[in-house]
Design a protein around this ligand. Structure first.
Ligand code: F0G
Length: 377
């Protein structure tokens, strides 16, 4: 079997890359699809819930799938610098792939509102970190303005190659399950990832090697929208937002978004129109989760299944569990929840909400024994 070397090599025939392109990869993709054993039992519902653990990508989030494409294309086009606005994960990924490519990365992040792990990544990989006294939406506006007049490539998900790379997560799921799940649940911020997954599912189900909606622009007239038949099933796409940052629930942009899940603290989603289309075409829906529900799901997953994701990622599971309980997602369904980022990204929140704070005892046998005995259930 050939060595695994990332999503571009794996899905070359389905991605817009030239044969002679220099591929900028860190071996992203091929992430585990973990079937939950304990949580469905706690729920008392007959459902197959899988989590696609995208936190196990090279920089700890799903962004790497898109970044390998965006940076490969940027380098091919002769770009010497990339730029992004970010709530943390895009900047970590952009910084790493720029380092790999030997080009410069500029990242704009909201001052004080990104998780420590992500900041550490952007700094360690040598990017220029610009903290702005504003939120992600301000950063996005500024990045677009800068790119109009400067020779930098924007690697936010408005870059169409990002979505092309990210669609490969759907390919992996269909290949592993032998079909698409009935429901696919994701946390939604800019709504790029939910759009990318839908592109992936549509491409796979229409059996055409190439693309989908005008979102990608790489159809070459072969997709189902251009007359290709649908041969496989496609999931209902369900997008969950944090209540304080839920423009899709409000039906309008939110100017002052807030949530503990800083990764999705976004009020002006960049893929607004696409996401509505995804909802309609797939027969899915949007819903919102309170911060407490998000944190409870993060903890439940860590404690009951041994899977540690960051708060934003747990939004998909929080919403799915609620909809399974309510019967909106019926028993007998197969469900995939994307866990977008690793729990180690945000150690502060994890430690804050840990039930049992570490206790400090004397370094002798008696003290340690006592601590153990006191904690036996
Ligand atoms: N989950 C995590 C962990 C994220 O970092 C993001 C987005 C999302 C979900 C939402 O994905 O925007 O495609 O709907 N993070 C971006 C960033 C905004 O800058 O890292 P989306």
């Amino acid at each position: 079997r050939p060595r695994y070397t990332g999503i571009i090599e794996r899905y070359r025939d389905r991605l817009p890359v030239h044969d002679d392109a220099r591929i900028i990869s860190l071996g992203e993709g091929n992430t585990p699809l973990i079937r939950l054993n304990n949580i469905p039992r706690v729920l008392g519902k007959e459902v197959d819930i899988y989590v696609k653990f995208e936190g196990l990508n090279p920089t700890g989030s799903f962004k790497d799938r898109g970044m390998t494409m965006a940076v490969t294309r940027a380098v091919e086009e002769g770009s010497r610098a990339i730029i992004c606005a970010s709530t943390g994960n895009t900047s970590a990924s952009a910084a790493a792939y720029a380092a790999r490519a030997g080009i410069t990365a500029f990242v704009l992040i909201p001052d004080g509102k990104i998780a420590q792990g992500k900041l550490a990544q952007a700094m360690m990989h040598g990017s220029t970190v610009i903290q702005i006294k504003g939120n992600f939406d301000d950063g996005m506006r500024l990045v677009k303005q800068v790119a109009e007049t400067s020779p930098v490539t924007v690697v936010n998900s408005v870059n169409p190659y990002r979505l092309q790379g990210q669609k490969t997560a759907a390919f992996e799921i269909v290949e592993e399950l032998g079909r698409a799940p009935d429901y696919h649940c994701l946390p939604v911020g800019n709504a790029g990832n939910i759009t990318a997954h839908w592109i992936g599912y549509c491409e796979y189900s229409s059996g055409s090697g190439d693309h989908v909606t005008e979102a990608c622009g790489f159809c070459k007239g072969r997709c189902m929208y251009a007359g290709g038949a649908i041969v496989g099933n496609r999931p209902r796409m369900v997008g969950y937002q944090a209540s304080g940052s839920a423009p899709f629930m409000r039906g309008a942009m939110v100017d002052d978004p807030d949530t503990v899940a800083t990764a999705i603290r976004i009020g002006h989603p960049q893929s607004w129109d696409y996401a509505w289309k995804v909802k309609e075409e797939s027969g899915g829906w949007f819903d919102e989760c309170a911060d407490e529900e998000i944190l409870a799901a993060q903890k439940l997953l860590a404690e009951r299944e041994g899977v540690f994701c960051e708060p934003a990622s747990a939004t998909s599971l929080a919403g799915a569990l609620r909809d399974v309980k309510a019967g909106k997602i019926p028993e007998g369904s197969s469900i995939v929840c994307t866990l977008t980022g690793h729990g180690l990204k945000d150690p502060d929140i994890a430690i804050q909400q840990s039930l049992r704070a570490p206790q400090t005892v004397e370094a002798d046998l008696e003290s340690v024994k006592r601590a153990i005995l006191e904690n036996i259930d």
